[in-house]
Design a protein around this ligand. Sequence first.
Ligand SMILES: *Cc1c(COP(=O)(O)O)cnc(C)c1O
Length: 397
Amino acid sequence: MKTTSYLDTDPLGFYGEFGGAYVPELLRPNVEELDAAFNSYCFTEEFESEFKQLLKDYVGRPTPLYLAGRLSDKYGATIYLKREDLCHTGAHKVNNTVGQILLAKHMGKTNIIAETGAGQHGVATATVCALMGLNCIVYMGEKDIERQAPNVQRMKMLGAEVRPATSGSKTLKDATNEAIRHWINHPDSYYLIGSVVGPHPYPKIVAYFQSVISKEIEKQLLEKTGKTYPDKVIACVGGGSNAAGAFYQFYDNPKVELVAVEAAGLGIDSGKSAATSVLGTPGVLHGSLTLLMQDADGQVTEPHSISAGLDYPGIGPLHAHTIATGRAVSISVTDDEALQAALELSQLEGIIPALESAHALYALTKLELKKEDVIVVNLSGRGDKDMNTYLEKFPNL
Ligand SMILES: *Cc1c(COP(=O)(O)O)cnc(C)c1O
C-alpha cells in the first residue's frame, strides 16, 4: 500500500484543500503539456546527469553545511547554516531556473518569460537563458525597478529585456499579473515561475528542483552528526521555494520540526505586513487556491516587508497545507528584528545574509532551544543586494 506524503497532490494538483490550476481555458493545454513533460523527462538519466552536472560546475553545489560556532554558543544549541548564499547569482533561486530551463529546452521552447520582485529570480532566469541562448523577458514592478536598480542592470547585461509592470502597487504581484497576461497572449512561450506558487504543476516542479537543498543536508548531517536529520529546520517563506527545498526530505519525518518564517513587516496588526499564514484566508491568486491576504470583497491587500523577496500577499499551496494541518509551525518576524539578526550574523560569523534569510535567523530567538538540539537554518541568499538598505538602517557603524 502506498503511504501518503505531504508532498502528494491529488490528480487536480491539490495539497489537501490548497492548490489546483485556476487558469483560463486557453492555457489549459500549457499546464497539461508541462506536467506531462516534467513527469516523463525529469526522472530520466539524461535529465538527471545534465541537471547534476550544471548544479555542480555552474551553480557551485553542493553548498556547504556550516557549523556556526559563535551563533551556536549564543543560542545554546548546535546550529548549522545551509549556505545557499554561496550559489552562483547569490541565492537558492538558480537551482530552480537551471531545472526549468532544461525542461523548457526539452519542450522546444525558445521564448522564456518570468516575473521578479527583488530581481533575484529575474537575474537567475536571465542567467540560464544566456547559458542556453534563449530569449528572456522579465516583468518587474515599476517600483521594484527603482529600488532594485543593480539587479535590473544585471538582467540587462545578461541580455534579458526588463518590462515594467505599471498597474496596482507596481510590485511583485503586479509583475506576476503581467507575466500571466503575456503568457495568455503568447501561449508558445515558456513561463518560468520563481517560487512554489502558480497553477499546478508549478509548485510541484519548483519544490522538486529545490529539493537538492535537503538532499544535501541529509548527506552532510550524516557525516557531521551521524544522523540524517536535524531536530529543526528553519527557513523564510516568501512564496516558499527555499523552505520547500530545505523541508523536502523531512516533510514525512515527524521527528523534524519544520519552522516557516514569514515577514511581519511593521507588525502583524500594523496594516503593513506580509504574514500570510496569520492574516491570510483561502482564495485564488496567480492560478492556485491558497492562503492570501485579502479584504472582505476578495481584493488582494498590499503586503509590506523590508525584504522585497518576502513582499508577497500569498504563500504557495504546499505551505498553506502544511501550516493549516500543523505540520509546519509558522513564526513571524518584523523588519526591525530581521535587521537586528542580519547585523548579528555579520558580526558573529562574518557572513552578511540577505534580508529574507535574516528573518529565518531571528526565529532562533523565538524558539525554545535545548542544548542537544541540532538546528539547520537555510541561509537562502547573500546580502550584497541589500547593502543600500543596511547602509540606510545602520548609519552609525
Ligand atoms: C526570493 C527569495 C526568497 C523568497 O522566496 P521563496 O520562494 O520563499 O524562497 C528568500 N530568500 C532569498 C534570498 C530570495 O532571493
